[in-house]
Each structure stands twice: as structure tokens, then as C-alpha cells.
Ligand binder design. Structure first.
Ligand SMILES: Cc1cc2nc3c(=O)[nH]c(=O)nc-3n(C[C@H](O)[C@H](O)[C@H](O)COP(=O)(O)OP(=O)(O)OC[C@H]3O[C@@H](n4cnc5c(N)ncnc54)[C@H](O)[C@@H]3O)c2cc1C
Length: 403
């Protein structure tokens, strides 16, 4: 974009006021954008970060999430917040966003609508009381129910299910986790590392039912039991459905933008099939230059980094986004970080340290280099692991296990 094109850019609208959207808005101002800037968000709170919702907040250690910025910052930076406002249509011909009967004209539009918690479509799914964990309200409501002696059933042993199980146990609830796959976190970590997380939860008293699908829910108006395959029923005071997230693509779909991998198709610079519309965060299916294939990442760091990056491109930089995924989790006294992108069903696992003591680093190798690394309760080698993953340089098993 030339200087004169840049000075004609006078209206930027962002749909989705969470980590990616709010980070982009602030970065636009920090990078010198002086035109109108509107951030439209369905939720009524200021933009916040979600990781504490399944950790410190759910444990009752704090009452507020991490805010992306305080209210004064948005005012100082001239960011018009339209909170509690659902965008209902993008009119690409007229270049306007429609929300709450208002029209917001744009020169450039950024979509950061993120994801919503998935629901199950089984017998009894229409009953009340099938809770999900995505928003601040949901986290606060859930922790009220995670009380001493309460019977909590969690459907799904992904990251949210595992972290919620840990919080519920630490608050004294009886916890059953029902997971159709053979291990928790199987698709990300594979059989062997998944088994260490299974042992972690069992050691903390979770009744972990692996290889167990949910057939339905039973109850009078409100679900009070989870029906599992084989005809058994697990009574529950609280049922949490933790079966993953679905990207919020309805607006983009209705506007005719290209979609891929469940998200909005964006090129390496995060630009969609419409040159005036970009997407970032959970919703963006990104043509990652380092992987040479499309990647859609549902992680905190990706939303923050893409939000920051896309601001420059909205202002004309046209720079590819190249960072590798990064993720962290805390469960009981286990903390871990995952860097990179591996397929545990195909990539070869090498472990340094002791799985049983839960102090180890797992490496997944592809083509002789490290595709991904997971450090568990080991914190000194973050930069080394990042370098191994970023460079993909050839590495021997001996170097990995002895370094
Ligand atoms: C409980 C929980 C714990 C997590 N813990 C971790 C963790 O430990 N580590 C990690 O790396 N990641 C974690 N994540 C994932 C991380 O929080 C997400 O990747 C991140 O929030 C994505 O940010 P985003 O801005 O792309 O989208 P989102 O955070 O999903 O925000 C999208 C926003 O857009 C709004 N919106 C959607 N449609 C519209 C519309 N039409 N009009 C207006 N507004 C709209 C939504 O209401 C929402 O506020 C966690 C997620 C959850 C739910």
C-alpha cells in the first residue's frame, strides 16, 4: 500500500472483541493508524483472555480474567467499543457491517470471531444443565457448582475437560470424565504421553472412563445422568460438555468468503478471499508459509500474535505470518508447554526424562528434525526447544535425550 492509499484508509472495523480483535485494535493505534476504529463484540465485558477461565478462576483463586487492556486504554487510543453487540451481516458490495440495526462502513475489515463450544447431538441433548466452558459467565457459574462432594461428570478429555477435571477435584468434587478415545489428549499427544495424563488424573482421584462414548442424557427437564454405551448411567449434579470448539464462521459464510478447515480461508498474510477483509485467531485457516499447508490454531499465543501481526498488514505491510504454534496448560501440580505442530500418529516420539515422575520433555520427530516439543514440569530449555522447532534442523536421539 502506498502512502497515499494508506492515508485514504480511514475506517477499520473489527468483528469479535476478544484477544485477537482487541490486540489488533491496540496495535493499529500503536502503529500510527489515525482513522476511525470500531471494535464490535457480542460479549458485554471488556475483551479478556480465556486461559484463566479453566484454571485460576475456576479454582476460585481469583474472580477476574486477564483483561486485554483496561477501559481507559481504549478511550485514550480512540477505539470505539461496541460491546454486547452482535454483528449480523457483512455487506461486501457496500462495505458495511450490520450490527444492532446500525451500519458500520469500513475500508478494511478484520474478522476475529473466534470459536464457540461444541455441543453433542445425542439423545437428551435438548435438556437443560448441559454446561459448556467458553465465557467468563460460564466459568463463574461452573465453579459455584464445583463444591465439596458434588458429582461432576465431564464429557471429553481434551484440554478443557482435563483442566476442568483438575479444578473440580481440587475444589473437592467427585469427578468422572467420559472420553471415547483410548487416552486423554490422544490426538495432540498420542498414546504414550496421553497415558501420563490419564495417570495424573487417576492419581488425583478422577474416575476416568476411557474408550467410553456418550449415548445420551437423562433427567426431568434438567439433565441429571449421563448415559454411556453399554446401557450404564452415571448420575450427575453437574455435567460439563468439553468436546472442543467450533469456529464462528456464519457471518463469513453468509458473506461468501472462502472457507477451509472449518475456518475462514486466509493467505500467508492473513488476508481472506476478499482483499479488504482479513481474519485472525481461532477463526483463521491460515496458509502457513513454514508448514506449506493450511493451519488453524485454537491457542492463546496464536490469537495474540496474529492480532498483533495483522494490524501491520491492515496498514499495508503484506508480511507473512510465520510463527509456529505455542500452547500451555496447568493441571494440578503439572505445568506444560507445547511448541510446534506434530501428528503423534505419524511422527516419532523421543522422551527425555521420566514419564512416571511427570518431569520430562517429549519430542516428535519428522524428517530428522523436531516437529513439536512438550516440556512437562521442566522450564529451563524453552529457548532451546523453540529453536529446535523453528529450525527443524537435523538432530539425533542422543542429542535430544542428553541435552
Ligand atoms: C476455558 C478456556 C481455556 C483456555 N486455555 C488456554 C490455554 O491454557 N492455553 C492456550 O494457548 N489457549 C487456551 N485457550 C484457547 C484461547 O483462549 C483461544 O485460542 C483464544 O481465546 C482465541 O481468541 P480469539 O480472539 O481468536 O477468539 P475468541 O476468544 O473465541 O473470541 C471471539 C469473540 O468474538 C465474539 N463474536 C463471535 N461472533 C460475533 C459476532 N457475529 N459479532 C460480534 N462478536 C462476535 C465472541 O463472542 C468472542 O467474544 C482456552 C480457551 C478456553 C475457552
Amino acid at each position: 500500500m502506498t502512502q497515499s492509499q494508506r492515508s485514504q484508509l480511514s475506517r477499520i472495523v473489527i468483528i469479535g472483541a476478544s484477544l485477537a480483535g482487541a490486540t489488533a485494535a491496540i496495535a493499529l493505534r500503536d502503529q500510527g493508524y489515525q482513522g476511525e476504529l470500531t471494535l464490535i463484540g457480542e460479549e458485554s465485558q471488556l475483551p479478556y483472555e480465556r486461559p484463566p477461565l479453566s484454571k485460576a478462576l475456576l479454582l476460585g483463586e481469583r474472580d477476574e480474567p486477564d483483561w486485554v487492556a483496561d477501559e481507559a486504554t481504549y478511550a485514550e487510543k480512540g477505539i470505539s467499543l461496541r460491546l454486547g453487540t452482535m454483528a449480523t451481516r457483512i455487506d461486501r458490495d457496500r462495505k458495511v457491517v450490520v450490527a444492532s440495526r446500525h451500519e458500520y462502513p469500513y475500508d478494511k475489515l478484520l474478522i476475529t470471531t473466534g470459536s464457540s463450544a461444541r455441543r453433542l447431538d445425542v439423545h437428551g441433548s435438548e435438556l437443560d444443565g448441559l454446561l459448556t466452558l467458553r465465557t467468563l459467565e460460564e466459568s463463574l457459574a461452573l465453579r459455584e457448582r464445583f463444591t465439596d462432594g458434588a458429582n461432576v461428570v465431564i464429557v471429553g478429555a481434551g484440554w478443557i475437560g482435563c483442566e476442568a477435571a483438575a479444578a473440580a477435584r481440587q475444589r473437592g468434587a467427585n469427578v468422572t470424565v467420559v472420553e471415547p478415545r483410548s487416552q486423554p489428549l490422544l490426538l495432540v499427544l498420542g498414546e504414550q504421553i496421553g497415558a501420563t495424563f490419564a495417570a495424573l488424573h487417576r492419581d488425583h482421584g478422577v474416575d476416568l472412563r476411557l474408550g467410553t462414548g456418550v449415548k445420551g442424557f437423562a433427567g426431568q427437564g434438567t439433565a441429571s445422568a449421563v448415559l454411556i454405551k453399554g446401557g450404564h448411567s452415571i448420575p450427575a449434579d453437574t455435567i460439563l460438555i468439553g468436546v472442543g470448539a467450533a469456529p464462528n464462521i456464519a457471518l463469513a459464510d453468509a458473506a461468501g468468503l472462502d472457507l477451509a478447515d472449518g475456518g475462514i480461508t486466509v493467505d500467508a498474510t492473513l488476508r481472506s478471499s476478499d482483499p479488504d477483509i482479513y481474519a485472525a485467531g481461532d477463526v483463521a485457516a491460515h496458509d502457513h508459509p513454514k508448514y506449506r499447508h493450511r493451519v488453524r490454531v485454537e491457542h492463546w499465543a496464536n490469537a495474540k500474535d496474529q492480532g498483533l501481526h495483522v494490524a501491520g498488514n491492515l496498514l499495508g505491510a503484506e508480511a507473512p505470518y510465520q510463527l509456529r504454534p505455542f500452547f500451555f496448560s496447568d493441571q494440578y501440580d503439572l505445568g506444560c508447554e507445547y511448541r510446534g505442530f506434530a501428528d503423534p500418529a505419524k511422527d516419532r516420539l523421543v522422551v527425555r526424562g521420566d514419564l512416571a515422575s511427570r518431569e520430562f520433555t517429549a519430542f516428535w520427530l519428522r524428517d530428522g528434525g523436531v516437529a513439536a516439543a512438550l516440556n512437562v514440569n521442566q522450564w529451563d530449555d524453552g529457548d532451546i526447544l523453540q529453536d529446535l522447532v523453528d529450525s527443524g534442523r537435523p538432530v539425533s536421539d542422543k542429542e535430544l535425550v542428553s541435552s
